[in-house]
Design a binder for this molecule. Structure first.
Ligand SMILES: [Fe+2]
Length: 235
């Protein structure tokens, strides 16, 4: 039988654009990390309290307003350490507090839970995913059957293409993804389901991906996103 995980991941869907905010709770130490605190900080604090956990870390996937608008309130409420990639802090310019700046490959220890930081540029230059056990918190890099837009400041569709291909190559098929928005037809999915049904993972050539992401997709597909069989991305 598989060993029980040393941690639990709980999700709250908050705000007007279906953001997922995550609480990672390390069972042995009763310490918790919040990923992308935004919108209703009171509910996050309440969730941690009900879980019997103390929030000691705040992890950011990227610096867009809808993912960070609760950072200052949460820093003031619990004095947690703020973590993000150095590349994102440079891009953001107005990063609050004194963050711990990371590079891809770093590990953050939350009690007995080890969290690996992945640098996944494309949506923003310093976007991050967080990997623990067979779970991957993906921010706006990868959604269930979708991916983050690349047309905002700092977006780069060719970088997104490389990022998504690397995730697909490096992550085991049973990896469970936890996206930054509830835009798919389910809250979570596996890399295997995404490899088969996420159209953004189907393009070999960068120019095809760039056309689909920048020109085609938003005119033809709307959330909730469903699986698209390989070869049916465009007519
Ligand atoms: Fe974003």
């Amino acid at each position: 039988m598989a060993e029980p995980k040393p941690y639990a991941i709980e999700a709250l869907e908050l705000g007007p654009i279906e953001n997922f905010v995550y609480l990672i709770h390390d069972r042995a130490s009763a310490q918790a990390a919040v990923v992308d605190p935004a919108w209703e900080v009171d509910r996050l604090i309440d969730l941690a309290r009900r879980s019997g956990a103390r929030i000691i870390d705040i992890l950011l996937t990227h610096s867009h307003h809808d993912h960070v608008n609760g950072v200052e309130a949460l820093l003031n409420a619990c004095g947690a350490r703020l973590h993000l990639l150095e590349a994102e802090a440079q891009f953001w310019e107005t990063c609050p507090g004194r963050p711990i700046l990371h590079h891809g490959g770093d590990e953050i220890d939350l009690g007995e839970t080890s969290i690996r930081v992945l640098h996944t540029p494309g949506h923003t230059p310093g976007s991050a995913c967080y990997r623990l056990g067979n779970d991957l918190i993906t921010g706006d890099t990868l959604f269930v059957f979708g991916c983050g837009r690349c047309d905002l400041r700092g977006g780069d569709p060719e970088a997104m293409h490389r990022t998504l291909r690397r995730l697909q190559q490096e992550l085991p098929a049973d990896t469970v993804i936890h996206p930054g928005h509830n835009y798919g037809d389910a809250a979570t999915s596996t890399m295997d389901e995404q490899a088969r049904g996420n159209p953004f993972l189907h393009f070999e050539r960068p120019e095809d991906f760039v056309y689909y992401r920048m020109e085609y997709h938003d005119r033809h597909r709307h959330s909730p996103y469903h699986a698209v069989p390989r070869g049916r991305e465009m007519p």
